[in-house]
Design a protein around this ligand. Structure first.
Ligand code: ADP
Ligand code: ADP
Length: 239
C-alpha cells in the first residue's frame, strides 16, 4: 500500500481561497518526490494537509493506511511521529547549541523532566551526533545555531528531523533562502537520506530546473490542482 494517499482532497481557507482542489495522489514507500509550482500554487497547503498542520475541507488523507484526517488524540500523535517537517526558515532555537536543537527535536518523545533538567542520556546524544554526521555538521555540535550560515542551519534542521527517525520527511521550500552552492548541498543531503535510510521524502520547490536535477518523480501543481505527475524524463513534454 502507498505510504501517503490523498483521496479527493479539497482545502478551502476560511476567507474562501481555494488552496487545493479535489486532489487524488498516491506516494509509495521510499519515493523521492519533488512538488513544483509557482508561489501561491498550493504546495505548502498540500504539505500542511499531509501533516495535518491544518484541516482539509473535503476528502481523506491516509498515512500508511491510517486516516490522519479522522485521527484524534493518541492515534493522531502516533501518525505525526512518523512525519518530519523541514521549513524554509529553519525554525531553530537561535541561542541554543546545535546539539541542543537536535536533541529537543525529539522533545515529544522524552518525558518532560528530561528537557527541563537537561537529562539527556548518552544514547540520546549519540543519536543526535550521528544525525549531525549524516549532514556533515558533527564538528559544529557546540556552536550556537545563530553562528551558522543559512545552509548549515538548514542541515541542522534536517538532523533534527532525522533524530526523530520518521518514515516521511516533508520539506517546504527548504532551499528558498539559500544561495546556489548551499542549495546543492542541502538537496544532495535530502536525496542521500532518501537513498541510504529509505525514508520517503517530499520536497516543495519553485525552481523547475532544481526539480529536474533532483526529482525522481515530479508533481506539478497550479491553482491547487495537479497538472503534471511523472518521472523527470517526461517533464519537457509537459512545458
Ligand atoms: P510563500 O511565499 O511560501 O508562498 P506566502 O507569502 O504565500 O508564502 O505565505 C506566508 C504565510 O501567510 C503562510 O503561513 C500562509 O499560510 C499565509 N498566507 C498566504 N496567503 C494568505 C492569504 N491570502 N490570507 C491569509 N494568510 C495567507
Ligand atoms: P505555495 O506554497 O505553492 O506558494 P500556498 O499553499 O502557500 O502556495 O498557497 C496556495 C493558495 O492559498 C494561495 O492563493 C495563498 O494565497 C492561499 N493561502 C495560503 N495560506 C492561506 C491562509 N492561511 N489563508 C488564506 N489563504 C491562504
Amino acid at each position: 500500500k502507498p505510504i501517503i494517499e490523498l483521496q479527493h482532497v479539497t482545502k478551502i481557507y476560511p476567507n474562501g481561497t481555494v488552496g487545493l482542489k479535489d486532489i487524488d495522489l498516491n506516494i509509495n514507500h521510499g519515493e523521492f518526490v519533488v512538488i513544483v509550482g509557482l508561489s501561491g500554487a498550493g504546495k505548502s497547503t498540500l504539505l500542511r494537509a499531509i501533516n495535518r498542520l491544518h484541516d482539509i475541507s473535503k476528502g481523506n488523507i491516509l498515512i500508511d493506511g491510517e486516516s490522519i484526517t479522522e485521527a484524534r488524540g493518541k492515534s493522531l500523535r502516533n501518525i505525526r511521529r512518523d512525519i518530519g517537517m523541514i521549513f524554509q526558515s529553519f525554525n531553530l532555537v537561535k541561542r541554543a547549541s546545535v546539539l541542543r536543537n537536535v536533541l529537543t527535536g525529539r522533545v515529544a518523545y522524552y518525558p518532560a523532566y528530561k528537557t527541563t533538567f537537561n537529562l539527556f542520556s548518552k544514547e540520546d546524544k549519540q543519536r543526535a551526533y550521528e544525525a549531525l554526521q549524516r549532514v556533515d555538521m558533527a564538528e559544529k555540535v557546540y556552536n550556537r545555531a545563530d553562528e551558522l550560515s543559512g545552509g548549515q542551519q538548514q542541515r541542522v534542521s534536517i538532523a533534527r528531523v532525522l533524530s526523530q527517525a520518521p518514515k516521511i520527511i516533508l520539506a517546504d521550500e527548504p532551499v528558498a533562502s539559500l544561495d546556489p552552492q548551499t542549495t546543492h548541498k542541502v538537496m544532495t543531503d535530502l536525496k542521500k537520506i532518501n537513498q541510504e535510510l529509505g525514508m520517503t521524502v517530499i520536497v516543495n520547490l519553485h525552481s523547475v530546473e532544481l526539480a529536474k536535477e533532483f526529482g525522481t518523480r515530479i508533481i506539478g501543481i497550479r491553482a491547487g490542482e495537479v497538472v503534471f505527475d511523472g518521472p523527470v524524463s517526461e517533464t519537457s513534454d509537459a512545458q
